[in-house]
Design a binder for this molecule. Structure first.
Ligand code: 0X9
Ligand code: ZN
Ligand code: ZN
Length: 276
């Protein structure tokens, strides 16, 4: 389905995968492509969808998963920025909305959510790569995602947002250094998820609360989703650690996606075993 349109009028799609049972089941929400230049992110969502749809009936784990929950996947949130990064500027990050009184374009969608909006690790300068926008959810792309999640907040049990790069698995908070109520549980889950991820190709991930693990930055989707009541809220920063950075070579797409699948499956299984 289409959850909204971008600033430039493109469709923002959400794919629901799971067994149709009539009633709405618990769901895992995952988005990719919030930041335009992080190309491995949309690649992962696409990989994930192909993998789960293709494995249904032949992989018992997936069949069981699909009977019990739905995956709600937005393969590309920031479609305008993503297209721009393919056509004009490979390192574009933000949306493509016009800013009044400035010739600089775009807002950082991951500074535009309503989570202590525009208080830290962000900028009020439209020319900044981390510009927070004129108000929370000023970006149509952010509004579309936030509206969908709000309207389904009773069924969404986990929120996963896929970024790159740095090989991190982050949980709230990033808007300040306080720890979420479920800190211990999230920390244990993150530890086990990165352990699973590492088991395939020995790719090392660091995990922890965003604020102390990378930097303080408010207005992020993970903090917002957590404060909305979605307990299992994580930001993935996929490969690599900076050798290629955003220009991750094609040869690393498959291994990156395969190892990330293990972490996502682990979180999914955990969520199913710990429904709330
Ligand atoms: O700064 C970000 O938005 C993310 N890193 S990235 O290099 N992909 O831009 C990290 C987001 C962590 N979570 C929050 N800041 N809420
Ligand atoms: Zn619905
Ligand atoms: Zn990002």
């Amino acid at each position: 389905m289409e959850i909204g349109k971008t600033y430039e009028g493109r469709s923002i799609y959400l794919l629901r995968v799971g067994n149709k049972t009539g009633a709405e089941k618990p769901a895992i929400f995952m988005d990719c492509g919030m930041h335009a230049r992080e190309w491995i992110s949309p690649a992962f969502c696409q990989w994930f969808l192909k993998e789960v749809v293709g494995s249904y009936n032949c992989m018992p784990l997936i069949t069981t998963l699909f009977n019990q929950l739905d995956f709600l996947v937005v393969p590309v949130v920031n479609v305008d920025g993503y297209v721009y990064s393919w056509t004009k500027d490979r390192f574009w990050r933000k949306t493509r909305s016009k800013n009044s009184g400035s010739s600089c374009v775009g807002t950082d969608p991951n500074r535009n959510f309503d989570a202590k909006w525009c208080t830290t690790g962000t900028s009020t300068n439209p020319c900044s790569a981390v510009y927070c926008g004129t108000h929370a959810e000023s970006e149509k792309e952010v509004k579309a995602v936030a509206d969908f999640i709000r309207n389904h907040s009773s069924i969404i049990k986990a929120y996963l947002t896929i970024h790159s790069y740095s090989q991190l698995l982050l949980y709230p908070y990033s808007y300040d250094l306080s720890l979420p109520f479920d800190h211990k549980e999230l920390d244990d889950l993150a530890r086990d998820a990165v352990k699973k991820l590492r088991s395939l190709y020995d790719t090392k991930y660091i995990y922890g609360p965003g604020g102390s693990t990378i930097y303080l930055a408010s207005g992020g989707s993970d903090d917002w989703a957590y404060d909305l009541g979605i307990k299992y809220s994580f930001t993935f920063e996929l490969r690599d650690t900076g050798v290629y950075g955003f220009l991750l070579p094609e040869s690393q797409i498959k291994p990156t996606c395969e190892e990330t699948m293990l972490a996502v499956y682990h979180i999914t299984q955990y969520v199913l075993d710990n429904l709330y």
